[in-house]
Write a protein that binds this ligand. Structure first.
Ligand code: MG
Length: 161
């Protein structure tokens, strides 16, 4: 049995914060603002995984009003979701994701990001694709005020429960 989930997230870019995408710190003059490390790619992937499994969303699972999650690395949230899905008998079939960022150039980091995520998710590198797009200078993303991410995840389970 297969299930598909979709995830989307956007965070504001501000000075004085490190930039984390897919758990990798990317050198840039700004970083993403949020309660956690604001890793927009991981948040989109988490929501796609939860959506596919019929399990609400990260806002509900890890409320930003809970001090426990303040400044938490999003890789830790991802690990908790992987664990939850494994308990439910789900395996990740594949992930396809897009980061929409005017800056910085993501090409040099794409491989490192997908390798890092594959390791955390315990899937092969061919099972995850991370694409970088600009917003052609349009809107808040185009003005370098924000970075957004989209993700689609398919989960597979051998026997229906
Ligand atoms: Mg988020």
């Amino acid at each position: 049995m297969y299930k598909v989930g979709i995830g989307y997230d956007i965070h504001r870019l501000v000075e004085g914060r490190p930039l984390f995408l897919g758990g990798i710190e990317i050198p840039y003059i700004k970083g993403l603002l949020g309660h956690s490390d604001a890793d927009v790619l991981i948040h989109a992937i988490c929501d796609a995984m939860l959506g596919a499994a019929g399990e609400s969303d990260i806002g509900e699972k890890f409320p930003d009003t809970d001090p426990k999650y303040e400044n938490i690395r999003s890789t830790e949230l991802l690990k908790m979701i992987v664990h939850l899905l494994e308990q439910r008998g789900w395996r990740i079939n594949n992930i396809d994701a897009i980061i929409v960022a005017e800056e910085p150039k993501l090409q040099p980091f794409k491989k490192q990001i997908s390798n890092n995520l594959a390791k955390i998710l315990r899937i092969s590198e061919e099972s995850i694709s991370v694409k970088g797009k600009t917003n052609e200078g349009l809107g808040e993303i185009g003005q370098k005020q924000a970075i957004a991410s989209f993700a689609v995840v398919t989960l597979v389970r051998d026997t229906p429960r």
